[in-house]
Design a protein around this ligand. Structure first.
Ligand SMILES: Cc1cc2nc3c(=O)[nH]c(=O)nc-3n(C[C@H](O)[C@H](O)[C@H](O)COP(=O)(O)OP(=O)(O)OC[C@H]3O[C@@H](n4cnc5c(N)ncnc54)[C@H](O)[C@@H]3O)c2cc1C
Length: 314
């Protein structure tokens, strides 16, 4: 492999762990007029900072949270944003002036049917409109319109878009390493690239039917380390990665839920760690909230009656 500066390295085993990158320029109009003004992403730092200020100024209108296309990092993060936006606007006292919409290319709020029903139910409970099978084709910032490939439109005053993701550019430049989005299409259970047995991938860089989440990289690591040892020793690899992923989903008002699933088992309703109704986590937070946004009129901030700092199940 070649590094910047002309350094060349040889290897017996290569592990690709260079994550995913955002490709907002792949969607027509997304980075055009309106980008950073009424169209934002919170998936990178400049976008999140810009959105923070826009939310502080916002005093009503239509807010659309849109997932442009899949796969994206942390597929529940956009849902969390919508739940927390509902919470934030309630705290600001302007929820009745805000129409919140969640638009997704999926046919439901989430991929797995049971979780999709639960998360879709939460959206409905919170008065967040769900628009499904909406794959983003074009963004018209000045006109305040998101347009799907099948030419449906969702109007907005403030759009929060999660752009298309791809793997690292060098993966695309390296012969036979990447798929059409520059992710490395490794075997979903061994994490080895079938066409180049000396290559493995972990985390977001891997093109797997698993979520792009930190928890996935964590669960993949055991299989990866074990299989590198077996590969070097000339032994058959273990097909032991089962697609395990879990995600905590913040749902606002200091509540959260946990979804835990793998290739075969979708998240099922229940209690964790046991059926006795204990709070999932009892971590005390010093800061009351993740979002420290000032509303336009700070006096509008309502005090909430939740138990401060306790994360409990929804
Ligand atoms: C808003 C948001 C919320 C999230 N919430 C959660 C959550 O609650 N739980 C969860 O489990 N996951 C969450 N995730 C997903 C999680 O952050 C990623 O899945 C995780 O960071 C992937 O780890 P990774 O090591 O594969 O990739 P990364 O963390 O992206 O690391 C890849 C590294 O490779 C570097 N790199 C890239 N190209 C090159 C190159 N050519 N040369 C050298 N270095 C390079 C990058 O700079 C980067 O440092 C969230 C993501 C986002 C965006």
């Amino acid at each position: 492999m070649s590094l910047d500066g002309g350094i060349r390295l040889s290897y017996d085993v290569l592990v690709v762990a260079t994550g995913a990158r955002l490709l907002p320029e792949e969607t027509e109009g997304l980075t055009g007029p309106g980008w950073g003004e009424n169209v934002f992403t919170f998936y990178d730092l400049p976008g999140a900072v810009g959105l923070h200020h826009a939310l502080e100024r916002f005093d009503g209108g239509r807010v659309v949270v849109d997932v442009a296309d899949l796969p994206v990092k942390c597929p529940v993060a956009p849902l969390e944003f919508a739940f927390l936006a509902d919470w934030y606007f309630q705290r600001c006292g302007i929820r009745d002036k805000v129409r919140l919409t969640y638009a997704t290319p999926l046919d439901a709020a989430f991929t797995k049917p049971v979780a999709a029903k639960a998360l879709g139910g939460l959206l409905a409970e919170k008065g967040i409109e769900l628009v499904t099978e909406f794959t983003l084709g074009e963004v018209d910032g000045p006109g305040g319109r998101l347009v799907s490939y099948d030419e449906r439109e969702v109007p907005f005053d403030l759009a929060v878009v999660v752009p298309l993701h791809g793997g690292a550019e060098y993966v695309g430049r390296s012969d036979g390493l990447g798929d059409e989005l520059d992710f490395v299409p490794v075997d979903p259970r061994t994490l080895q690239l079938p066409s180049h047995p000396e290559v493995f991938a972990i985390g977001d860089a891997a093109g797997l039917p698993a979520s792009k989440a930190g928890s996935v990289a964590h669960f993949e690591a055991g299989t990866l380390v074990h299989n590198i040892g077996r590969f070097v020793a000339g032994q058959p690899l273990d097909a032991s990665y089962d697609g395990h992923a879990n995600c905590f989903v913040e749902t606002g008002f200091h509540k959260a839920l946990l979804i835990d699933f793998n290739y075969e088992t979708e998240p099922l309703p229940g209690h964790y760690p046991g059926p006795v109704g204990l709070p999932l986590l009892r971590a005390r937070r010093r800061r009351p909230d993740h979002l420290h946004l000032r509303c336009r009129n700070a006096a509008r901030l309502r005090s909430t009656s939740h138990r401060d700092g306790v994360v409990s199940r929804e």
